[in-house]
Design a protein around this ligand. Structure first.
Ligand code: ADP
Ligand code: ZN
Ligand code: MG
Length: 485
């Protein structure tokens, strides 16, 4: 971005809630099956059908509000948003207008949530992006355009959709990336959604404007649609900010419009110009009564889980691991649970974190498995790490044991036994080896005594060789120095 311009971004995120049934009827929430099998008069929008509220969807939205520090409204209401909707035959959407369930709140941006290449250069570390509101509404059906006809699938119609609206406080495409990554993680932790953007479980509209840094007033807002990955959001915003600056630099003016992101072209493309604000003629849905939230908030408060940022803090304190390692572990709740089970009662949990984060993750990467597929009992990691800490095997040998353990699922002690890997830590035996090496390498001994300190490394190498790699390298130095002194 040119330095004399400021970018402003506000995101509207729609999240599919993981409820069992739809928002206002008992049809199952299930995607990907045969079209039009989860339908009834309510979600088809047949005249006279009456909606019945899904309490679980309200609870999940309130839970999201609690973990994002929102104010939970004492009373919320549902309104009709009237419009011509090609994929919603009743021609209004039930949504929340002036009494949304959650107000304000914030999303904390964690350093590791930024794109990898941007993590070194974070302009606002520890930033929290404030929210305007979170409300609940129903999703629409899905149209499929064929060559000469259009089909419509109502399985998605009427499924609960939560909308999270941010303040226009995001300053860069990288911050937008961090916002979505952090938000997504909080939603997954809370268990309210799988929040997979590629599956449409999390959908994001980006509002973006630019202005000269000398100007106070926000520039003209342009909306970007059709984003289906978090990295796509970053690319789209980067392109769009440059495009807007270019228009202004050329002396042009921007108009309020909706554009879509074409990832193949790497460009935003005009969809429609916003001529005037729509008048949706909102009014309270007469079929649904206002909700007093207090009736379910006690239960919701009891559901608040340990949050990603809390888990990271605790891991650093409790296990003495780095912020980075804690971040990678906490990123995946299954991985975090696996690590904690392995680390329980270990001599040095940090060693276990290293094996899990380096050896295990890369081994799973090569077989294309996830941590859920991992068949190694967590106690084997504890045993392996403890063997290293006790000096029974070297770090290098531990890698060999790990590989065998990953392939065979056998316990480390048996593998060490079978492979004869035990590290030699017996001082008498090691001294014996050192004496042999000293006798056989008079030249190096002379060099060492003449002040060439590096000669000891050669001797050390010879001891390792003589022991077939089994000598404990941490002990050899001391013994050699003593014998040569
Ligand atoms: P609308 O009435 O067009 O829906 P809102 O005021 O409700 O506009 O804002 C919608 C989203 O756009 C919010 O996420 C908000 O943060 C963001 N937004 C508002 N104004 C701007 C702006 N000038 N530039 C970028 N984003 C903006
Ligand atoms: Zn239904
Ligand atoms: Mg709006």
């Amino acid at each position: 971005m040119k330095s004399d311009y400021i970018g402003t971004i506000g995101l509207e995120v729609h999240v599919q809630l993981r409820t069992r049934t739809k928002m206002f009827c008992g049809c199952a929430v299930e995607f990907g099956g045969e079209p039009n099998i989860h339908i009834c008069p309510v979600c088809l929008g047949l005249p006279g059908a009456l909606p019945v509220m899904n309490l679980e969807a309200l609870k999940m939205t309130a839970l999201t509000g609690l973990i994002l520090n929102c104010q939970i409204a004492p009373i919320c209401n549902f309104d009709r948003k009237n419009y011509f909707y090609p994929d919603m035959p009743k021609n209004y959407q039930i949504s929340q207008y002036d009494l949304p369930l959650c107000l304000a709140g914030e999303v904390p941006l964690h350093n590791l949530a930024y794109p990898k290449d941007a993590q070194r250069n974070i302009r606002n570390p520890g930033k929290r992006v404030h929210l305007v509101r979170i409300h609940l509404e129903e999703d629409v059906a899905k149209s499929f355009h064929f060559e000469s006809s259009t089909g419509i699938d109502f399985n998605r119609a009427g499924t609960p959709l939560m909308e999270i609206v941010s303040e226009p406080e995001i300053e860069s495409p990288e911050e937008a990336f961090a916002y979505l990554t952090s938000l997504r993680q909080a939603l997954v932790y809370a268990g309210v959604s799988d929040a997979d953007m590629e599956k449409g479980q999390l959908r994001c509209d980006c509002n973006v404007s630019v202005r000269r840094s000398s100007e106070k007033k926000f520039g003209t807002k342009i909306e970007l649609k059709n984003l289906n990955s978090i990295s796509g959001v970053r690319r789209a915003l980067a392109f769009e900010i440059d495009r807007q600056i270019e228009v202004i630099e050329q002396g042009g003016t921007l108009q309020q419009e909706t554009r879509r992101w074409d990832d193949d072209l790497g460009q935003t493309v005009l969809m429609r110009i916003k001529e005037s604000a729509h008048d949706y003629r909102y009014f309270p849905d007469p079929d649904l009564l206002p909700v007093q939230t207090e009736i379910f908030m006690d239960e919701v408060r009891g559901r608040v889980p340990e949050l990603p940022w809390e888990k990271r803090e605790r891991f650093m304190k409790q296990y003495g691991i780095s912020e980075y390692d804690a971040g990678v572990l906490a990123d995946d709740t299954a991985l975090a649970a696996y690590f904690e089970s392995a680390a329980a009662g270990a001599r040095r949990p940090k060693t276990i974190a290293n094996y899990v984060l380096n050896d295990l993750l890369s081994a799973l990467g090569t077989t294309g498995e996830s941590i859920a597929d991992c068949k190694i009992p967590t106690k084997y990691f504890r045993q392996l790490a403890d063997f290293v800490e006790e000096g029974k095997i070297s770090g290098k040998q531990a890698k060999e044991v790990f590989s065998a353990m990953f392939l065979s699922g056998k316990d480390p002690a048996s593998i060490i036994e079978e492979k004869g890997l035990r590290q030699e830590s017996d001082l008498d035996a090691l001294e014996q080896l050192c004496r042999q090496v000293i006798e056989a390498n008079a030249k190096s001994v002379e060099d060492f005594k003449a002040g060439k300190g590096a000669a000891i490394n050669f001797l050390k190498g010879q001891v390792m060789k003589l022991s077939k790699g089994k000598a404990n390298p941490n002990l050899i130095n001391g013994i050699l120095t003593k014998l040569l002194g």
